[in-house]
Design a protein around this ligand. Structure first.
Ligand SMILES: C[S@@+](CC[C@H](N)C(=O)[O-])C[C@H]1O[C@@H](n2cnc3c(N)ncnc32)[C@H](O)[C@@H]1O
Length: 218
């Protein structure tokens, strides 16, 4: 299933089980995740996809906020999927989780009202950023909404400096586009419209930005 190489949640496979602890220690977790779900604004009956669900922290938060939302997740890493499944069981939540090959998402065109993603695109090189955004565009319904939270343009010199911690772990090739503020350009190059950086949070390790965009009715 996973033919394509990918960067695991914390840069190295053996660190994946420490992902939740690392996020707790380095980021204002409640604040950045809760704001992300504010932007997703899940409604009853809406079909919503999380791209790169990781350890399922966002899926748990979303389901607890709006149990009637029809949410699913897709990721590339079988190990992280096992961690996510275990946590969802512990919370007695049923959320379909899928794996894919990093190229074609296992969903038909126009399947979802909303797709969202957090801390995934800084792990993709330029070619994969665009490929994945085009896939998200394909599976969104017309008028559907994209919501991305990820490392964005550093809002101060200190934010730029502290982001080197992330770059040392995840590599410079995939993260430079983020810190140079190029995410909006990638999103619009994939076909989306009304691309906005809606908000940002400065953390210990860099500026986390929220982007939204629309797949316009064709
Ligand atoms: C840093 S973790 C973020 C997890 C979670 N979204 C969060 O907010 O904590 C990045 C996740 O993206 C996944 N990922 C990496 N490359 C991917 C790709 N090409 N397609 C889908 N998921 C990918 C990783 O397996 C990992 O679960």
């Amino acid at each position: 299933m996973t033919e394509q190489k990918f960067i695991p949640a914390l840069g190295y496979d053996f660190l994946s089980e420490y992902y939740d602890l690392t996020i707790k220690l380095t980021m204002p977790e409640k604040k950045f995740r809760s704001r992300l779900i504010d932007f997703v604004n899940p409604l009853s009956g809406e079909s919503i996809l999380e791209f790169g669900f990781g350890t399922a922290q966002n899926l748990i938060l979303l389901k607890e906020r709006k149990p009637e939302a029809l949410v699913q997740g897709v990721d590339i890493d079988p190990k992280i999927k096992s961690i996510a499944e275990y946590k969802l069981r512990k919370h007695s939540l049923e959320v379909p989780l899928h794996l894919y090959d990093g190229k074609t998402l296992p969903f038909a065109d126009n399947s979802f009202d909303k797709v969202f993603s957090s801390l995934v695109f800084h792990q993709l090189d330029a070619e994969n950023k665009l490929t994945c955004l085009k896939e998200l565009y394909r599976v969104l319904k017309p008028d559907g909404m994209l919501i991305i939270g990820d490392w964005g343009k550093a809002k101060s010199k200190w934010m730029r400096f502290s982001f080197y911690a992330v770059q040392l772990l995840d590599g410079f090739k995939t993260t430079n586009d983020n810190v140079n503020g190029l995410m909006p350009q990638f999103i619009s190059d994939a076909g989306f419209q009304d691309v906005e950086e809606e908000d940002f949070i400065n953390t210990l390790i860099g500026t986390y930005s929220y982007y939204t965009a629309i797949k316009s009715e064709q």
